[in-house]
Write a protein that binds this ligand. Structure first.
Ligand code: BGC
Length: 160
């Protein structure tokens, strides 16, 4: 996507979901207004905690966005309260890194559970407009208001 790529890692524990994003992007821009925060260079996490794959957002569903400058925005069926997110972002020589922690909205998280999941990179040009998106799973650009096209992630326990 215009030379922009990303690598992501995810973890979970009893209360939170964690995402690490390492994005390569030569042109970083967050001039777009917060009302269109997806036009800023940013990453998004999509979670459908009960994997209900619905055509609308339920209370356990969320879209969590962090820009390269660590601006947080949220959209979803859950309480739209940024306090469920903790994040840090750092500009690197060739892009940016984001660490994101999201408090689970529901009580579905236990080892073996499969959740609906996707991640997205929003790529802005130097004028502040989004010129492209890249998704791990769903390329339909409809994950922001429905969960039925998300990919899947399985929660597994690797440590005692
Ligand atoms: C989508 C936009 C949508 C926005 C809403 C983004 O992930 O790409 O089309 O308007 O989410 O939050």
């Amino acid at each position: 996507m215009q030379g922009t790529t990303g690598e992501f890692k995810a973890m979970w524990d009893d209360t939170h979901f964690y995402l690490l994003a390492v994005v390569k992007d030569q042109v970083l821009n967050d001039a777009a207004a917060l009302t269109v925060a997806h036009e800023q260079d940013s990453i998004e996490l999509f979670l459908d905690e009960n994997n209900a794959k619905t055509s609308q957002y339920d209370p356990d569903d969320g879209q969590y966005r962090i820009s390269f400058a660590n601006t947080q925005t949220i959209n979803g069926g859950r309480d739209l309260d940024l306090s469920c997110m903790t994040s840090a972002a750092k500009v690197t020589d060739d892009g940016y890194i984001v660490e994101l922690r999201v408090a689970f909205a529901g009580d579905y998280h236990e080892s073996g559970v499969i959740m609906g999941y996707d991640i997205q990179i929003n790529n802005a040009d130097d004028s502040g407009s989004r010129t492209g998106t890249a998704n791990w799973s769903n390329e339909l650009n409809d994950g922001w208001n429905r969960t039925d096209h998300y990919g899947l992630i399985k929660l597994v326990e690797t440590m005692e």
